[in-house]
Design a protein around this ligand. Structure first.
Ligand SMILES: [Zn+2]
Length: 199
């Protein structure tokens, strides 16, 4: 086993799931999102770590982002399906200087951080109870088209609160629930609705 030559190929792409939470807590037992499950709050250094990795590997990692905890104006009260608090949404706990700091890291490093749509709140809430997931249910049926359009609009509004740049070109479905083409009972596909949003 001596003198082994080991070659690790350069990755062509790295995708990081569930970027954007400020709380790391898995709250799924009480109808809050699973989040990252990391037992600490997230910090701007988490964003710098993605940029640093991208620079070292010469790539542009895709950060699949959830943006509800970036809402500094509580606009998600108008989109109750997007969060566990529904119309009583209050994100004041996560409004602080870390938002500008992390936004600055994202804005200043476009070659090593690709903001990717993952979701507003990751799941889909009706009357305080969530089902998986935000864009498509566990049977593969896309959520109602008007809801999809609103979730996309609010994702964009949250980006604009922090000048996070133009609407992303890439998407990772929340909880990987997705259907290709129109799903049962829908005459439009998720991809089509995304294209309309980015035009
Ligand atoms: Zn996720």
């Amino acid at each position: 086993m001596e003198n082994l030559d080991v070659f690790i190929p350069m990755p062509i792409q790295v995708v990081i799931d569930d970027v954007g939470w400020w709380s790391g807590e898995d709250g799924s037992q009480r109808q809050e999102p699973y989040r990252t499950g990391i037992p600490r709050s997230h910090v701007p250094a988490d964003y710098q770590a993605i940029v640093d990795m991208g620079r070292m590997l010469g790539i542009r990692p895709q950060a699949a982002m959830i943006l509800c905890e970036w809402d500094k104006e509580n606009i998600l009260r108008q989109l109750p399906t997007s969060t566990w608090m529904g119309e009583d949404w209050d994100n004041s706990r996560w409004v602080g200087p870390w938002l500008d700091e992390a936004a600055g890291i994202i804005r200043d490093n476009p070659d090593h951080f690709e903001l990717t749509v993952h979701g507003v709140g990751h799941e889909y809430w009706l009357n305080g109870t969530f089902t998986r997931a935000e864009w498509t249910d566990s049977n593969g049926q896309m959520r109602p088209p008007d809801q999809i359009e609103k979730h996309l609009d609010y994702f964009e509004k949250l980006m604009n609160q922090h000048q996070l740049g133009p609407f992303p070109k890439s998407f990772v479905p929340a909880a990987f629930r997705h259907s290709f083409g129109p799903s049962t009972g829908r005459n439009v596909s998720l991809a089509e609705l995304f294209i309309f949003n980015t035009l």
